[in-house]
Design a protein around this ligand. Structure first.
Ligand code: GLN
Length: 247
């Protein structure tokens, strides 16, 4: 009897060891979540050496930490992000992306994590464009597929030049190839700091909400919303914004 009991004990011990190892192995291989972004949009996502940093990168990291995923950032043209998400190539898109009704037809959005505005960048001297009305007949640089692009596309007499990167639109402005650039407020500040001779007009063009997009019906959306709520409540999001923008 004693022998049988000890055999059973040994067997039980062996089982629990195997189970324990499997459990350990399982958690060592954290599941990845792929974030589609366009990493030329300081301060939300941009390269520091080979690493993508910025407000979105840090919020995404904090969400993945909470939910137990490993974050992988996939850099692509802004215009490709929604397709990457709808096709399942990426698990979510985060790119200073504005919530719009049209985008809502193809993806789900989380709750908004920040507000922003579209602004107009012009040459510091002798600008042809001095307010939003002046855009009507101007040559305007925008980033392809952004809300800036969508807004100015309504202007019938304007000449729109579409670029893959906001930086290329700003370069065209500094070279006098376009009269103005319409782009998000924080990246606009970064561009104006990095380039001589351009400024942001005082009156903002449009108010927007940024959110994370996911495939329609994704089970992650609810979890992301819970994580975002906690990160808002415990001050993490404020802290990340303060780090990159100031209070
Ligand atoms: N907020 C703008 C949009 O969603 C621009 C975003 C971007 O260029 N990364 O269209």
């Amino acid at each position: 009897m004693k022998k049988i009991i000890s055999l059973v004990l040994v067997a039980l011990l062996a089982c629990s060891c195997v189970l324990g190892l499997t459990a350990c192995g399982g958690s060592a291989e954290k599941k990845e979540l792929h974030m589609a972004t366009n990493a030329f949009f300081e301060p939300y996502e941009y390269y520091e050496g080979k690493e993508v940093v910025g407000i979105d990168a840090e919020i995404a990291q904090a969400i993945c930490d909470k939910l137990g995923y490993e974050l992988v950032i996939d850099d692509m043209d802004f215009d490709s992000i929604i397709t990457a998400v709808t096709s399942g190539k990426a698990d979510f898109g985060m790119a200073g992306m504005t919530v719009t009704d049209e985008r809502k037809e193809s993806v789900d959005f989380t709750d908004s994590y920040t507000t922003a505005t579209q602004v107009i960048i012009v040459p510091e001297k002798d600008s042809k464009v001095n307010n939003a009305d002046d855009l009507e007949k101007a040559a305007i640089g925008v980033q392809l597929g952004t809300t800036g692009d969508i807004y100015v596309s309504d202007l019938k007499d304007a000449k729109i030049e579409r670029f893959n990167k906001g930086a290329d639109a700003v370069l065209a402005l500094t070279q006098g190839k376009v009269d103005a650039v319409v782009i998000d407020s924080e990246p606009a500040k970064a561009f104006v700091n990095q380039n001589e001779g351009i400024k942001i007009l005082d009156d903002p063009f449009a108010d927007e909400d940024y959110a994370i997009c996911l495939a329609k019906g994704s089970e992650l959306t609810e979890k992301f919303n819970e994580a975002l709520k906690e990160l808002k409540e415990d001050g993490t999001i404020d802290k990340i914004n303060a780090k990159y923008i100031g209070d």
